[in-house]
Design a protein around this ligand. Sequence first.
Ligand code: SAH
Length: 217
Amino acid sequence: MYDTLRQRMIREHLLARDIHDERVLEAMAEVPRHLFIPENYREHAYADGPIAIGIGQTISQPYIVALMTQMLQLRGNEKVLEIGTGSGYQAAILAELASMVYSVERHSGLAKQAESVLQSLDYKNIEIVIADGSQGLAQYAPYDAILVTAAAPCTPQPLLDELKEGGRLVIPVGQQWEQHLYLWKRRQDSFEKQISTLVSFVPLRGDYGWGYSDWQD
Ligand code: SAH
């Protein structure tokens, strides 16, 4: 049943929009999204929207996962950093497409849950780190690609600094309820920015994220 729902998700929510990177489509067809979702919501796993995963956090809509991944243009040999592990689903998609994924989560409960699902699916190229990812992850820097899956007030400088030459960073930037996806590309010491799709993410917290007085949970 889930296989049929997943095929339909690919046709109706990805191909029917602007997802055309074959490798991204294959990864989305491969990863069992329903296993990353609490049991009582699993029937909605392949619907066209985000789903609550506990502690006020969400797993993103399949289309947004595919779009952000496509923007990174992964070819298979990259070292990728994700900020905001959440359920671990986006990390699994990245792991299908790159050689190594480091994923940072500030909630240890979510990190442990994600780790156990990823282990049960036998992913060996994902390392989850419990920390404030708004400050980047210096220990494995620099990265070919960085993906932030929580909304930032502006792009944290440490993340730009941890990009390799030619590297790409995708991050939602804006206010509560309404942000735009920014795509940054590093060209030596300068950074090019493209602003794209309107999105709505939960807040990035931490040093370079939102304070609780500006964005309440
Ligand atoms: N990528 C996830 C969805 C992320 S929801 C998935 O595929 O399911 C956003 C996540 O970012 C939440 O789990 C939240 O706890 C986390 N987060 C917010 N601020 C953070 C920070 N400063 N460092 C690390 N994780 C953070």
